[in-house]
Design a binder for this molecule. Structure first.
Ligand code: SF4
Length: 270
């Protein structure tokens, strides 16, 4: 028997994925759409508020998948500190949960099509997601990227959501975070990302620094979230060697710079 299609919006908590979710509902009807959110339990409170507000506006409840562990718990359990090159947290908490969900849908005789709110400037991420979902589920899953392949002109999702939907955007946008998942604690973040975290939410930086120190002490390993010149470079070193030496103005300038070694992440906020 042929499976019935279910259009699954990968609902990340970002403006583009919310915009794409609404577009799918308008096109295929709310009964055929699933808003899928994989919760790391580390998200900023305002991201959860945005998810609720947009789900209500779109008219489809959120399907929330939760592994139950935070990224920190995954690191300690797996004895592997997530970092820019390899984020076990993303694999365990987000990707694995999504793969299980796909197989469960198929057992109920539904065929999922996954939709991502990735824009034309992130084509490399679209390619890596398509390739992942071609190889890792039991059977390949179709991935769609309407912002790249369907809309003929650039969509101003943030403006539309604020001005037409009248929904306030997640506050992390206005704080200049590039990795806005996991409440600013993303282990894929680089030196400038963490400078921004230090500037905006020093207490969160402190929590992340303490987690890194606990991990290093408990497992007696010279590992870190970030690297410098190919070697481990801890958040404590970053704070002492750079961040605390900058004036407020210099820190703002430094935090606004882009981390050039950014690696495409499954969890990116879009
Ligand atoms: S956003 Fe970053 S820290 Fe959070 S699960 Fe994804 S890779 Fe891990």
């Amino acid at each position: 028997m042929e499976r019935e299609i279910r259009h699954v919006a990968m609902f990340s908590g970002g403006a583009s994925s919310a915009f794409v979710a609404k577009w799918i509902v308008d096109k295929y009807g709310s009964d055929n759409v699933i808003l899928l959110f994989t919760d790391t339990l580390w998200e900023d409170a305002d991201n959860y508020r945005f998810l609720e507000d947009t789900s209500e506006y779109i008219g489809v409840p959120i399907t929330r998948l939760v592994d139950g562990r935070t990224p920190e718990e995954v690191f300690f359990e797996e004895r592997f500190l997530g970092n820019a090159r390899f984020a076990k947290c993303s694999e365990e908490i987000k990707v694995k949960q999504t793969l299980i969900f796909i197989e469960e849908l198929r057992l109920k005789n539904y065929e999922p099509i996954l939709y991502f709110g990735i824009g034309p400037h992130e084509k490399h991420r679209a390619e890596s997601l398509s390739s992942h979902y071609e190889h890792f589920p039991l059977e390949p899953v179709e991935c769609r990227f309407p912002m790249i392949d369907t809309f003929s002109k650039e969509v101003k999702a943030r403006t539309i959501i604020e001005n037409e939907w009248k929904i306030k955007l997640p506050r992390m946008y206005s704080f200049g975070f590039r990795h806005a998942n996991c409440g600013g604690r993303c282990v894929r973040g680089g030196h400038h990302h963490y400078a921004n975290l230090f500037l905006i939410w020093p207490e969160v930086y402190k929590a992340q620094e303490e987690m890194e120190e606990r991990f290093r002490n408990q497992f007696q390993l010279d590992v870190s979230i970030m690297k410098k010149e190919g070697k481990p470079y801890t958040l404590k070193e970053h704070r002492i060697n750079t961040l605390e030496k900058l004036s407020n103005e210099e820190l703002v300038r430094y935090a606004n710079q882009e981390d050039l070694d950014d690696i495409p992440c499954f969890c990116s906020f879009s």
